[in-house]
Ligand binder design. Sequence first.
Ligand SMILES: Cc1ncc(C[n+]2csc(CCOP(=O)(O)OP(=O)(O)O)c2C)c(N)n1
Length: 584
Amino acid sequence: MEVTGAQALVKSLECQGVDIVFGLPGGTILPAYDPIRSSSLRHILVRHEQGAGHAAEGYAWATGRVGVCMATSGPGATNLVTALSDAYMDSVPIVAITGQVVSHLIGTDAFQEADITGITLPITKHNELVTEVERIPAAIAEAFHIASSGRPGPVLVDIPKDILQTQGPWDWPPTMYLPGYKVPGAPDASLITQAASLIRQASKPVLYVGGGVIKSDSHAAVRELAELTQAPVTTTLMARGAFPDSHPLALGMPGMHGMYAAVAALQESDLIVALGARFDDRVTGKLAAFAPHAKIVHIDIDPAEIGKNRRPDVAIIGDLAQVLPDLVTAMRAEVDANGPGDTEQWRATTDGWKHSFPLRYAQQPDGPLKPQYVVERLSAMTGGEAIVVAGVGQHQMHASQHYSFTKPRSWINSGGAGTMGFAVPAAMGAQVGRPGELVVAVDGDGCFQMTAQELATCAIEGLPIKVLIFNNGFLGMVRQWQELFYEERYSEVHLGTSIPDYVKLAEAYGCAGLRCEQPDDVDAVLEKALSTTDVPTVVDFRTHDAEGVFPMVPAGHSNDDIVLGPEFTADEQHAASRREVITS
Ligand SMILES: Cc1ncc(C[n+]2csc(CCOP(=O)(O)OP(=O)(O)O)c2C)c(N)n1
């Protein structure tokens, strides 16, 4: 059977099981938009291609499936770049399809020409400029295979307009030809035994759980391993929700704005078991001073991560979904043969740190309204059951710290790239992927203004996301750094709280708009927002403009230099610096 390239593209997407595409058409991708009309695909017309990219990411984070976005050539394609780079940093499986100028004009500076495969080469797992119509089915099949297998990531397929218009054969499934692409196979059993033996012998083990645990859906095995070994567990910014925060073994998030107990436990540990984590600088602080006494077991699907930042003692390359059940079995055998490891003393210490140096902030009854309080109320009122999506900045850290996560795929954020503007479109994508569930974006006033136009998309498409703007009138996180490291010389961080009027803006976009200024009103406003399901809702929370995020390890410093923050006394800080436990 002969079809046009455009038809082959759309049929390939259908055969691939795609039902949602986020996109915005233009000249070169136009041929593909015609068969979309009569296809089974639901196309969501965004207001900006960056929104399509982040929506595809949000969809992928929330569902575990590949998110798809589509754009025209030139500026349409370059508007996807930020989202592709974001997806690359956070290993999010998305496929981007872009139109390209007609083949004979490539390289002539034609109208809306951009070398998008060149531009995105370093920020995609793979990309391809399709040069023959016959390639389309295989190019799409390969794109989905590469995006979703091994360490997931973004793939871009660029198709010139004439190729979309040319007739070619239709055949599915196509033969994939990926001679250079290898996904790790079964893990080495002897290494798993070695890891189990190290874990049993350790007296201060810590499970360092990264985003790979969520991606491989291995949270249940992590819990088994933790309970079997009685090792405390830290969940990185990428892994929030992989282990319930209410679990007695949970230490919370490590790193620059991590819980004191998580940071201290890694520093003092004699064995760190890194699971789908990458020893990112925001976790390790000054690398040379990170966890100086710890042996490392590093399990990751990407061989490039092994030894990249910290040399492991045992390295296991493989899919956590395969490795972890084997490790749990080996651990049981180890415990049966040699008895359980002894972590009692260690547990007492880490529990002591948790109780001595918790998150602390002061909400006065008459205000100003603290962002931490809003997150805590959100957490309590949703029972940790919402899908929380964050922007980038102080609000992101407050959300990650103060929301008590109960399950995986309930936290979606831009971890590696730190992309302001991520929250609204990513929440949109999450809502598309999990209709009927409660999706709440916690956003900053700065971030929100970068992609707020997708509220129109949400309103029109019937996607009742809730957007909680933490309106402190500042680019708060930058303000905090200027306060701490530039002697309070504030430079270009003041946004002001009243322009735009977020309530009116919400209404203009067909959403409900609410405002909350006082702590006493938080519950009622949240209640109203959470129960509004016919339209998206935006809440303008007027939050304290000078609130900082603590604890904090200053960038480039050792994690030993962790600062508890202004709510702690000098004596408490002193005790924390010496890793004491306060008993009174
Ligand atoms: C696209 C982009 N530009 C700049 C930055 C640098 N940056 C990081 S956090 C931040 C401030 C964010 O302000 P806001 O959204 O109001 O959140 P807040 O920190 O006040 O909670 C900035 C400018 C970034 N991460 N992303």
